[in-house]
Design a binder for this molecule. Structure first.
Ligand code: PRP
Ligand code: ZN
Length: 302
């Protein structure tokens, strides 16, 4: 019996998906946590206790290859990994050929020119003949060239924000997310050159079978993203308030309305954007809604 059950399990996983898909994920740094959370929310179980370079998921044909972010685009381009999660900034900088499959909605940041607070800056031509420190020389070089500006690019791999303070450069070109690094280094953001976020990329030459596994993963990712910031909202209301309440609710489709055991009362269920919910809650209560419940949604398939 036990043996049969095991065979069944293996079969359900393997008949449609024979091959294991290898995904490259940042081993540490800004995208690691969100990427691992997203995978977890798709229901894929990954043992994170042993943090080896390569970890297999236990219930989906996926293995995770943990890499430095700079190594991810190249690894996917050459097929060592089939897919990967990486910042658009890193992908653009490396200029390698990989397919952008999906924007993932986290890891938002921008690549910007920043200058010391006291420096006068009109536009990028103000940096003509100056020194700019960056870890993104390719994108910077392209930007300067497009604008006919010649500057001295100093490539450093980290702590770019301190380079003006120590006299290494006159300006920097770096990642800005919250902006707090700039503030604490007395820098001012000027030109935003590239807006970035985490993207799922894929090797161009994926086999039919691996593409199938990726589609299955993508289906789950989209369902999770679709549910992000959405809440399932239930409330009770007197029947006579129903019209007013339905007018206030912007739900996805029309809400579900069910009679309650108590005469003249009903229960209303709908899916709302979390932000929108806080805006309209006052009006719902005014209209007579009671016992309002707000529940999280794990995934949503439209
Ligand atoms: C980037 C960038 C800044 C910081 C900006 O570094 O180099 O230091 O993030 O973020 P903030 O606007 O929210 O302050 P990152 O953390 O990616 O590390 P790294 O420079 O060592 O790659
Ligand atoms: Zn980095």
């Amino acid at each position: 019996m036990a043996a049969a059950a095991i065979t069944m399990n293996i079969n359900t996983n393997r008949t449609t998906m024979g091959e294991t898909l290898r995904i490259a994920v940042q081993s540490k740094g800004r995208l690691n946590e969100d990427t691992m959370r997203l995978l977890e929310e798709t229901g894929i179980r990954i043992s994170t206790s042993k943090r080896t370079l390569l970890v297999a998921a236990s219930n989906f044909p996926l293995e995770i290859l943990f890499l430095r972010d700079d190594d991810i685009p190249g690894t996917v381009a050459d097929g060592t990994a089939d897919i990967g999660v990486v910042g658009l900034n890193e992908l653009e900088e490396q200029g390698v050929d990989a397919e952008i499959v999906e924007k993932l909605g986290f890891g938002a940041c921008r690549l910007s020119i920043a200058v010391p607070k006291q420096m006068e800056y009109k536009d990028i031509t103000s940096l003509q003949g100056r020194r700019i420190a960056t870890s993104y020389p390719t994108i910077l070089r392209r930007y300067l060239k497009q604008r006919g500006v010649q500057a001295d690019i100093h490539v450093i791999s980290g702590s770019v924000e301190i380079s003006t303070g120590i006299g290494l450069a006159d300006a920097i070109f770096d990642i800005v997310s919250s902006g707090s690094t700039l503030v604490s280094n007395n820098l001012r953001e000027e030109d935003v050159v590239l807006s970035s976020e985490a993207v799922l990329i894929a090797h161009r030459g994926l086999s039919e079978e691996k593409r199938g596994v990726m589609e299955e993963l993508l289906f789950r990712i989209r369902a999770v993203m679709g549910a992000a910031n959405k809440k399932y909202v239930l409330m009770n209301a007197p029947r006579e308030s129903l019209d007013v309440i339905l007018n206030v609710l912007p739900g996805i489709k029309s809400p579900t309305v069910m009679p309650l055991a108590q005469e003249g009362w009903c229960s209303i269920h709908t899916v709302l954007d979390e932000k929108c919910f806080w805006k309209i809650i006052g009006r719902l209560k005014e209209a007579g809604a009671q016992g309002i419940l707000v529940l999280p949604i794990e995934s949503m398939i439209l």
